[in-house]
Ligand binder design. Sequence first.
Ligand SMILES: Cc1cc2nc3c(=O)[nH]c(=O)nc-3n(C[C@H](O)[C@H](O)[C@H](O)COP(=O)(O)OP(=O)(O)OC[C@H]3O[C@@H](n4cnc5c(N)ncnc54)[C@H](O)[C@@H]3O)c2cc1C
Length: 443
Amino acid sequence: MIDFDVEPEFQKKVDWVEKFAKEEIEPLDSFLSIGRSKDGERISSDGWQAIRVFIDDLKQQVRDQGLWGFHLGPDLGGPGLGQVKLCLLNEKLGRTRMGPTIFGCQAPDTGNMELIAHNGTDEQKEKYLQPLLSGEKHSAYSMTEPHAGEPGEFICSAQRDGDEWVINGEKWFTSNGADADFLIVMAVTAPDKPLLERASMFIIDRDTPGVEIIRNVHTLGTPLRENYKLTGGGHAYIRYDNVRVPRGALLGEEGAGFVGSQTRLSGGRVHHAMRAVGVCSKALDMMCERALSRKAKGELLSNLQMVQQDIADSYIQLKQFRLHVLYTAWLIDKTKAYTREVRMEIASIKISAAKVNHDIIYRAIHLHGALGMSNETPLGEMWMAAPQMGIMDGTTEVHKANLAKLLLRDYDACDDLFPTYHLPKLIAKAQDKFEKVIEEYVA
Ligand SMILES: Cc1cc2nc3c(=O)[nH]c(=O)nc-3n(C[C@H](O)[C@H](O)[C@H](O)COP(=O)(O)OP(=O)(O)OC[C@H]3O[C@@H](n4cnc5c(N)ncnc54)[C@H](O)[C@@H]3O)c2cc1C
């Protein structure tokens, strides 16, 4: 049975999130983007305190709706909605910047919660997972190295010394690394073993001696000087210099780091795709409103066929992408595992997310003319972030290669000179068959 409706009770939740995002979170995003009063004055420390209290109140409203940490199962205090329902909520939050934080489902904490929940010891769950779930602590995931994004190239290592592990190496693009209370670090523990058994994960408190933030790297559009402020968002470049941690810092089995990381990244990729639906639908809304409002040579843009084409192309691309994301979510709910089929769909939507984001945001910017090129619409920020979708959590090319390999497993080579679908071959076969049919009929 295929049904595109959700229960009315859940639809009410989706409607609530949509209204809440529009009326409460979007204005907060706008205010935080400028952080000044109308007369240009910086916000006082009391003013910031008022904003923090306001944010806490929004979080409480989310809790009252039973939606705090809505990605989590009941075992971790969440509502256990399943991936399809997560999609419907995430696409509303994708239209905002602060939404995930206010709903307790912001990356990288979400993936780290999953990692600790699946692999952590009781002690680790109490010390790290509980405060993450309640929003008291924040975390980061430190895997990529400045010279390599691929596991086979990593050199940051952990060596055992008595009851301790000693970690040495450099990581970068550790999102939220400078502000995190703790870091989950991937380090090579057995360089001579096969790739998938080579690395392990460790939980390291951010203030452990030897953890040094070299720079706080920001993405396109942020002034370079921000990289030298060693706090405040960003993707930290971190040196681990003889960092000593106890044995209990090992997260999961020794040597199981790369396998564990795939579980974390797979879930994260689906959530990114869900939010990309929200980003693109916002860009399409902006495109449509502008087309109906702006005239060129006395004609509304919405009456021009090439503008209509861009709108239609964007709608189709978004609709197809959204259905693919929902299908992937449905498949995960059904199989409850990252099977080959699921991994193929996750790779596909990860690849599409980058392309759909790029295409729709580009068209929206183009349709807005100079206004689109200005920094006075949300499109600028969306555009700067669009290429990230093709890089973070594995690049498009790597996902395409994996997808093709997984798909090819369903096929066999043809051992003949000409392929199975070679028309002369098919016709000859059909002629044999129908010769018999005719013979039998005539007889
Ligand atoms: C916004 C953002 C947040 C991030 N957050 C985190 C984080 O929190 N923690 C973390 O550990 N990392 C994080 N990353 C890093 C991210 O995971 C890596 O950037 C990604 O894995 C790619 O690695 P790389 O940057 O070294 O690129 P490279 O691997 O050097 O790739 C460079 C180019 O080579 C191409 N290429 C590579 N391999 C192949 C291939 N086999 N075939 C064809 N082409 C290929 C790529 O597609 C790409 O175009 C983040 C990145 C971004 C942009």
